[in-house]
Design a protein around this ligand. Structure first.
Ligand code: PMP
Length: 422
């Protein structure tokens, strides 16, 4: 059944507010972070108000109740991604923390001088910098798959790099946070496995919009963040195949991850606590589980279809504006993201003008500098949609971009012509 964004909007208190300009808020910055429905806010405040205590260690009522809720959140997450066992679900601070955990614990143990980590050029810095840092520590090398003309990457290009470079790890985003391109996770994973590579999937932009099935993907690691799926900040998920996680040394050391500590050393505890040193994100996990239940109650297929509708409308209308260049493939190959540049106007000016119309978009390199460099751009503006956005908001976006062009681009061109004349 198609989703009704107006009834969905009623679940999100923040969407009732206005922007500082007094215009109603059209929140189109969801790829950076989504908003939270009341059920998530309630789950968090209910924990703090009724049963909050530190988990796992206390033998008293509140600690037992908090522990039960925290572990129930792990089970909700296991079901959300289709993992075999709760041992495969590690709560991390977010996608960035999860990738860093894999880079240190798995990468530090499996990669050495000359080994290759293969990425796509479309990666977020969170899936680039930890590998550069690993390269500095181990002497391994980071290589990039280039983008095709149509903002996708051909299987033949992937196959060629897998064969010629023989990477130990292939790490890629399921969807690009700038282009919106959906990459074929299951197919690339199977190609990488056939070439002997381990696979990490950065699902930060995939998890909000498509049902994840880690069994079907068969990736070795899958990571994503809570705040992009209507959950709290400060929590994310590191899924790893049990045998891999089991063989990895812990990353952070401290309380909660040990079996025994002596003056001589320590022995780590089992999965998943081995990777959850210190007081874990308790209320965040509880809020995350509420967000997952909320998205499932709406239906991820309906969410994906709704975003596709919005993306199609925005993409088509923006392409028709003189001076707009869309960075990304046609809507059938992408999720709910439309990034664009406007000839003669800096992306920050676009975002600033749109804000005066109550339209919130992001401007800059979106933590994807190598991608922008490969496209010959220093920055872009990005509109990103979610389940509560409407076609009326798309119209407001398009109108505001036209206004921006009229205000900045034409005046800018006139000004440039004047300054070039002798
Ligand atoms: N990867 C991708 C594709 C992203 O879009 C983001 C967030 N913009 C990240 C990684 C990093 O996520 P976080 O900041 O939540 O760690």
């Amino acid at each position: 059944m198609p989703l009704d964004p107006l009834s969905i909007r009623a679940d999100f208190p923040i969407l009732k507010r206005q922007s500082s300009s007094g215009a109603p808020l059209a929140f189109l910055d969801n790829a950076a972070s989504a908003q939270r429905p009341q059920v998530v806010i309630d789950a968090i405040s209910d924990c703090y108000q009724r049963y909050y205590a530190n988990v796992h260690r206390g033998i008293h009522t509140l600690s037992e109740e908090s522990t039960a809720a925290y572990e129930a959140a792990r089970e909700t997450t296991r079901q959300f991604v289709g993992a075999r066992s709760q041992s495969e679900i590690v709560f991390a601070a977010g996608t960035t923390a999860a990738i860093n955990t894999v880079a240190h614990s798995w990468g530090g143990n499996h990669l050495s001088a000359g080994d290759v980590v293969l990425l796509t050029i479309a990666e977020h810095h969170a899936n680039i910098v930890p590998w550069h840092q690993l390269a500095e520590r181990t002497g391994c090398r980071v290589e990039f798959l280039p983008l095709g003309e149509d903002f996708t990457i051909d299987d033949a290009v992937v196959q060629d790099k897998l064969q010629t470079l023989q990477p130990k790890l292939f790490s890629f985003a399921s969807s690009s946070n700038v282009l919106g391109t959906n990459f074929p996770v299951a197919r690339w994973t199977s190609m990488a496995h056939a070439a002997g590579a381990t696979v990490l999937v950065d699902a930060a932009q995939g998890a909000p919009h498509q049902a994840i099935d880690v069994q079907q993907w068969d990736a070795d690691f899958v990571v994503f963040s809570g705040h992009k799926i209507c959950g709290p900040t400060g929590i994310g998920v590191l899924y790893g195949k049990e045998a891999l996680l089991d063989a990895m040394p812990p990353f952070l050391g401290g309380g909660g991850m040990i079996d025994r500590v002596t003056t001589e050393g320590f022995s780590p505890t089992g999965l998943p606590e081995k990777f959850e040193a210190g007081t874990p994100p308790i209320t965040e996990a509880i809020g995350l589980a509420a967000a997952m239940r909320y998205l499932q109650s709406v239906g991820l297929e309906a969410i994906e279809a709704h975003e596709h509708l919005l993306c199609q409308a925005a993409d088509t209308a923006l392409r028709n504006i003189e001076g707009v260049e869309i960075l990304g493939p046609t809507p059938d190959k992408k999720g709910g993201i439309v990034s664009f540049t406007l000839d003669g106007v800096h992306a920050h000016d676009i975002a600033q003008w749109l804000d005066t119309r109550g339209v919130a978009v992001r401007a800059g390199h979106h933590c994807a500098m190598p991608l922008h460099e490969s496209l010959g751009k220093s920055a872009s503006a990005r509109a990103s949609f979610y389940l509560y956005n409407t076609l009326e908001e798309v119209d407001r976006l398009v109108e505001a971009v036209k206004e921006t062009r009229d205000k900045f681009a034409r005046g800018g061109r006139r000004r440039r012509r004047r300054s070039q004349s002798p």
